[in-house]
Design a protein around this ligand. Structure first.
Ligand SMILES: Cc1cc2nc3c(=O)[nH]c(=O)nc-3n(C[C@H](O)[C@H](O)[C@H](O)COP(=O)(O)O)c2cc1C
Length: 378
């Protein structure tokens, strides 16, 4: 099992992850991971914190001479903002923000300073998850499995243009400040963020993750907690502010007839493989990947910290008060897309290891090659 735990606070010295079950022999290029960290920091609508940070991954264990050894891998990202925080006196935080972990966290852990809660519940934690996901993507790269996300809706504005050619899609999305493939929709989305910002408000949106060259037969219907759709939903829902997950058409499928929705099965004599002409199932049937592109969507709620604060209650005095305002993003949908890619990559590596073993990357490759017929050939 490729299992990880993260540790660290938003304004602490650093964020750390320890990953167990990393196959030996994976060649690491830190720069690949740093590119993803940078992608997570970008996007129109992010707050001032992202101008302070310049996230870089450090490998502190589990690699020698640029390759994983099979031992647990320790990753770290330094928080630059720590230098500004650790010496100054920080006031107690006593008015919880609706929509954040503040109120219930302070009751659960019995603290009179909500900062104890928000330092850990903050989505700053997603930086280190992106680093773990970067390592997972490196492993997937050995099998030519590629993952990419894009913004399909933001503040109620839907992108209409559908991805076609994957390379063109990736290039366009990477050049877009909202990670949106549809330029016209993007302009409207930017205006939506600007308007929300002016009003002291925030916006959410929907992210789609596409996995190309997904091997068949990952996950299983036979035990409820090994279904790959369930595992993906769990991981995606663990991301701060993600409130809904769809596989393939998801909720839209509920409004269709079976004859319209299900992807008919064909066999190619030439390619010696089964294929579909549609992919409404998003590449998963019966909790298993079917070799079509894996397509999942995640819905992100609007950011809870509002510059025009909502009503709340001071936990010291129990008197009504306006929620605390803090430096914050107005919209973090593009950043959340990069986090979604990371958690999907981690789940896929886990499923590959379950099917093919994971002691070392050469062995995984041999097993996958032998099982070649089950791997989708594009
Ligand atoms: C990439 C990313 C950035 C975020 N930035 C902020 C932010 O600047 N301010 C804020 O209040 N919430 C932000 N959030 C959302 C909160 O972390 C989240 O709403 C909060 O932890 C409560 O968890 P929940 O929404 O899952 O219930 C962000 C989420 C993500 C994924």
């Amino acid at each position: 099992m490729f299992k990880y735990i993260t540790s660290g606070e938003s304004h602490g010295p650093c964020l750390t992850a320890i990953i167990q079950g990393v196959p030996a022999g994976v060649e690491i290029d830190e720069e690949d991971i740093n590119i993803d960290l940078k992608r997570r920091q970008c996007g129109y609508g992010r707050g001032a914190r992202m101008q302070i940070e310049s996230d870089q991954v450090l490998f502190l264990g589990g690699i020698r001479n640029g390759r994983t050894t099979g031992a647990p891998v320790t990753l770290q990202i330094q928080n630059r903002d720590w230098a500004n925080w650790h010496k100054k006196h920080v006031e107690k935080f006593t008015v919880p923000r609706p929509g954040h972990a503040d109120l219930i966290g302070s009751l659960k852990y019995e603290t009179d300073d909500i900062r104890d809660i928000l330092e850990r519940s903050s989505a700053r934690e997603t930086a280190i998850r992106v680093a773990v996901g970067g390592l997972a993507k490196t492993i997937l790269g050995y099998f030519e499995i590629a993952i990419h996300s894009h913004t399909v809706e933001l503040g109620g504005i839907a992108a209409r243009k559908k991805p076609g050619d994957f390379k063109k899609f990736v290039d366009t999305v990477e050049k877009s400040e909202l990670r949106c493939y549809d330029k016209d929709a993007e302009k409207k989305m930017v205006r939506r963020i600007k308007a929300a910002q002016k009003q002291g408000d925030s916006v959410g949106g929907i992210i789609e993750v596409i996995v190309k060259n997904t091997p068949m037969c990952l996950g299983t219907y036979s035990t409820w907690n090994d279904k790959i759709d369930a595992l993906l939903a769990y991981s995606l829902m663990s991301i701060q502010a993600i409130k809904g997950v769809e596989v393939g058409l998801g909720f839209r499928a509920a409004r269709m007839l079976g004859s319209q929705m299900h992807d008919e099965i064909y066999y190619s004599e030439e390619g010696k493989r089964y294929f579909r002409e549609t992919n409404n199932a998003g590449g998963i049937e019966g909790g298993m990947t079917n070799g079509e592109d894996l397509i999942v969507r995640a819905a992100m709620k609007p950011i809870p910290t509002l510059m025009k604060p909502l009503k709340s209650v001071n936990i010291d005095t129990k008197k009504p008060s306006l929620a605390t305002t803090e430096r914050s993003d107005v919209c973090a949908v593009p950043a959340a897309g990069v986090v979604c890619e990371a958690v999907v990559a981690i789940e896929l590596v886990n499923s590959l290891i379950k099917r093919y073993g994971g002691d070392n990357i050469k062995m995984m490759k041999r097993h996958i090659d032998i099982d070649g017929d089950a791997i989708r050939k594009n």
